[in-house]
Design a binder for this molecule. Structure first.
Ligand code: UGA
Length: 443
């Protein structure tokens, strides 16, 4: 099918590449000329495993193209996806200006029936606002063109985005138009071969489904962090508790890993936005507020432990830091727990020597050059001259380090394990003090 996608961020680029891979003709539109030029030359603006070969291959074969010119792109698409950003505005609500600006652009150029598909995470009621924005512009033009607006939220995870997109566990389609649903059914047929993954519903339910999914996952994490904090105080090990409760299929093993808090571009933003949506409709969503509050506190855990370890005086100390990205397999630093830790350390007069397999450039972009931050070329370099080690992101490369080497180099051998990656006994047997999250010994 002929597909147009507005926005070449995470969602737009991955969706475009995967739809092209499935044999569709996809045109991606972005306002950023440099980004479009880069993509045409195979330069992928994000680190995402498996994405580059798909983009390059499909661009070379002509299945996938990139442009800044909306007019021919809108003429091309039977389906026109809106996959632009919805950043939080000052009060935490999702800012709809990019989505509505694309809607107006579509209104300016649309000249035959098309299905407009909202893929961005948008407040409930956005499908109606997009429909109205397009209608208004068509009215100004005096053009009578039929179109439908569908809500089709995306559930891909950074780091697994291509895999999630090619093998979705469900495809949520919110639309009351049979014609539009039929078009999406055709588009998604190759993803639906073994069993039907399409869940068709009304637009508002689809919009709420996206927020509900992320809020539920964030709630699981904050709940587990709360249990971890209790475990520490009562002398229990949350890792054992996790296994004990995960075995119940009603709870499950997924997303109950305690840690240094959740980050990324989705959970923090979406939990806040859902709270604002509820408030806007006269409902005080207290649970969501607490999910956020527990997470904010959790992001300060590692610093609090380090400070306590040094009897409140971390000034002049150097902390080796493993992992900067908000999770493994991405270079994304948005809302990353590492940032809270580094900023707290700097404020207290400590220095950081950090290593991340992918997020070095992003860290420099955010913090620039500064005396209290040294970005190292590998994990062991961070230990030179450092007092203690903090692990913030559980990259595979950090899973089984040489503890004897760590012990030999650190001035004050201690590991602050923000992801409970290590066996405390193994670390302590190597002569290193161990602090985990909720492991009954890190008070
Ligand atoms: C999340 C959702 O998982 C996707 O389903 C959703 O499509 C996406 O948001 C989105 O709305 O676009 P993502 O933000 O890429 O995906 O990352 P996750 O893998 O969900 O991790 C989020 C954060 O939670 C990370 O900081 C991770 O370290 C943390 N986490 C995750 C935990 O602390 N404990 C866990 O058990 C799981």
């Amino acid at each position: 099918m002929k597909v147009t996608i507005f926005g070449t961020g995470y969602v737009g680029l991955v969706t475009g590449a995967c739809l092209a891979e499935m044999g569709n003709h996809v045109v991606c539109v972005d306002v950023d000329q440099a980004k479009v030029d880069g993509l045409r030359n195979g330069v992928i603006p994000i680190f995402e495993p498996g994405l580059e070969p798909i983009v390059r291959r499909n661009y070379a074969s002509g299945q996938l193209d990139f442009t800044t010119d909306p007019a021919p792109a809108i003429a091309h698409g039977e389906l026109i996806f809106i996959a632009v950003g919805t950043p939080p505005d000052e009060d935490g609500s999702a800012d709809m200006k990019y989505v509505l600006s694309v809607a107006r652009t579509i209104g300016e150029h649309l000249d035959r029936y098309a299905v407009v598909v909202n893929k961005s995470t948008v407040p409930v009621g956005t499908a109606d606002r997009v429909r109205k924005a397009i209608d208004d512009v068509l009215g100004e033009r005096g053009a009578a063109v039929d179109f439908d607006v569908v809500s089709n939220p995306e559930f891909l995870k950074e780091g697994d985005a291509v895999e999630d997109c090619l093998r979705p566990d469900r495809i949520v389609v919110g639309s009351s138009s049979e014609r539009a649903v039929a078009r999406l059914r055709k588009l998604y047929a190759p993803f639906n071969r073994n069993h039907d993954r399409m869940v068709v519903m009304d637009e508002r339910s689809a919009e709420l489904t996206k927020y509900a999914a992320n809020a539920m996952l964030a709630t699981k994490i904050s709940f587990m962090n709360e249990i971890a904090n209790i475990a520490e105080r009562v002398g229990a090990d949350v890792e054992l508790v996790r296994q004990g409760i995960g075995a119940d299929p009603r709870i499950g093993y997924h997303f109950i890993y305690p840690g240094a808090g959740y980050g990324g571009s989705c959970f923090p933003k979406d939990v806040q936005a859902l709270e604002r949506i509820a408030r806007g409709h006269g409902y005080d969503a207290r649970l969501l507020g607490m999910v956020e509050a527990v997470n904010a506190q959790q992001k300060t855990r590692l610093f609090a432990q380090i400070q306590k370890h040094f009897d409140g005086d971390v000034a002049g100390k150097t902390v080796a830091l493993w992992g900067l990205a908000f999770k493994p397999n991405t270079d994304d630093m948005r809302e990353a727990p590492s940032r809270r830790l580094m900023e707290a350390l700097w404020e207290a007069g400590a220095k950081v020597r950090a290593y991340d397999p992918e997020a070095r450039a992003e860290t420099t972009r955010i913090y620039g050059e500064r005396d209290d931050l040294v970005l190292c070329d590998n994990a062991y370099d961070t230990l030179q001259g450092a007092d203690v080690l903090a692990l913030v992101t559980e990259w595979k490369a950090f899973r089984s380090p040489d503890f004897a080497r760590i012990e030999a180099v650190l001035k004050n051998p201690a590991i602050f394990d923000g992801r409970n990656l290590y066996d405390p006994r193994v670390v302590e047997d190597a002569g290193i003090a161990y602090y985990g999250i909720g492991r009954g010994r890190s008070l």
